[in-house]
Design a protein around this ligand. Sequence first.
Ligand code: FE2
Length: 199
Amino acid sequence: MRSELFQAAVDTLLTAISVEFARGTSAACLRTAHLLRSIDTTISTESIQPVSSHDTPCSLPDSVLELLETNSPVPTVSEIAALTRDLQWSESARSRTPISELIGPTSLIKHQSFRVGLFALIPGIDYADHAHPADEVYIVLAGSGSWSLGGGAYQVKRAGDIIDIPSMMTHAMRTGPTPALTLYSWTGDDVSFDHYRFC
Ligand SMILES: [Fe+2]
């Protein structure tokens, strides 16, 4: 995709994403929506580095691509589907799932204190309990997965559901035989991985 068309498509996607976060009521949701509406979203000319140096380039599996082609109650899915093949995906070394960070310190759009991206929970994922300083929000765009917060029981979340994870709260995710496509944001005083830990 030509650069000006890609910029326009990314801006359209980010506008759609801001609407998704604005549906939430938590401070982290509203902070994310506000940042998406107010920051400079110019795509950086610097190269994109994976979120973690241990992450490796990957493509989306067919199961996730099929998810994008099915009807979702979340309109943002169509904006993502239009861009999927133009985005860079990496397999996260921590979760073993594809991630494409749109905004972040080393991502498509550079920002030192804010992360927003797409996180594809492929089938059969068991992302163990972990915690980090950033306030995190997940929004399920399509499919379904289960989240455990604070060591509690896993709860199934489906398209449209918002999962708020305050700073340093333990959380874990699982999928069954079908995938989930999610949005995530990291906000707060520390969006680095310096104090990320498995619990
Ligand atoms: Fe997290």
